[in-house]
Design a protein. Structure first.
Length: 157
């Protein structure tokens, strides 16, 4: 929940490494396998933070926006090789992400949660998994380079 004015280089680099570089390296490793097979499905997990400006801290938001761009790029670039790449943008989901923040930035937290009262409900991990299963299935064969929002309508307000 750290805003840009308080963001350290170390935090920026760590968040970008985990949230953006990690998916890129995974995609890079999977592409030769999928190209050899002539098909494959890549599913990235981004966030509603990647669709909006302040659902989280500056580094997290930037990293999730980057994953959306990566998803769209890979989806288009490799479609003729039989490879689809999509992303899921969950809203609030019952995970342990809150326990990883030992001392959230007060200003950043206040600004990021200012719209949280509009969240209809918190999702369950299984609900996100169901979206992933759909995207991985042949039922989604025409879905490519897309970001599926799974947030109970939170971003629809």
């Amino acid at each position: 929940m750290v805003p840009a004015g308080d963001l350290t280089d170390a935090l920026w680099e760590r968040v970008i490494a985990v949230n953006t570089t990690g998916p890129m390296r995974t995609i890079r490793k999977s592409l030769p396998i999928f190209i050899e097979k002539g098909n494959g499905v890549i599913i990235n997990v981004t966030s509603v933070g990647g669709l909006n400006g302040s659902r989280a801290g500056a580094a997290y938001t930037a990293s999730k926006h980057a994953v959306i761009g990566l998803t769209k790029n890979v989806g288009f670039q490799y479609t003729l090789k039989g490879i689809r790449c999509n992303a899921i943008a969950p809203g609030g989901v019952e995970t342990n992400i809150g326990t990883t923040m030992s001392e959230p930035n007060a200003f950043g937290l206040e600004r990021a949660i200012s719209g949280s009262a509009n969240n209809p409900r918190t999702g369950k991990p299984e609900e996100i998994a169901t979206v992933a299963l759909f995207l991985a299935s042949d039922d989604a064969s025409f879905v490519n380079g897309a970001v599926i929002t799974a947030d109970a309508g939170w971003t629809a307000y």
